[in-house]
Design a protein around this ligand. Sequence first.
Ligand SMILES: [Zn+2]
Ligand SMILES: [Zn+2]
Length: 255
Amino acid sequence: MKIRVLGCNGGISAGLRTTSYLIDDDILIDSGSGVGDLSLDEMAQIRRIYITHSHLDHIAFLPLMVDSIFERINAPIQVIAQAATLKALQDHIFNWAIWPDFAKLPTPDKPVMCYVEMAPGSVVDVLGRQIEMIGVNHIVPAVGYRIAAPSGAAFAFSGDTSTNDSFWNALNRHPRLDLLFMEAAFSNAEEELSKKARHYCSKTLAHDLIKLTHRPPIYLTHPKPGDEQDIFSECLALLPGWDLKQLKSGDIFTL
Ligand SMILES: [Zn+2]
Ligand SMILES: [Zn+2]
């Protein structure tokens, strides 16, 4: 299983892109501005898009992507999320005012995309890859994902979250975790803001990581633009002995 990081930043500026990961050639986790680096052929190969939550940095390029490739695909792209997230997309994005309803276009019986509801806690098998949706604690309904490769090796992504037990308990229930993308959005100087926005800051992440029984390489994601080095330095100091790195757009992992 291949994981290609298209975007992993908490905002934009030159060289920074928001959250999107490509799993093999056919699965997308979130559809932030990183999607804009894919070619038309690469976008047309995507069959399923698993969304963590409705915030714009995670869905901003979904409307543009489906509009760009609808003549190149034969079956609808599945947009998969929990019910509240799908409703937010339908009510606030694909509502004909912000963007056309591509679940009805080009024709209602053969649309370019379709909505597929998935409940947190459930697991699906997608051509040998086991995808588990895990509820987390964010300001809107949000999930992370654990994805196990056919080999059994496993990758997890927290999505956007603040302190919680559900994500850690779900990961601890499995015997393996080989790679973790973990949000660390704010530095400690913005701890109060991080609590209001329900993101981790360095301190709260370090406190919660004690709950994880695995010791995989951890790649920090979603840093506020400009604060990347502060967040990374704080986490390194607070988490001695952990294998911490900064995730970068363009990184590729094979499990
Ligand atoms: Zn968010
Ligand atoms: Zn976000």
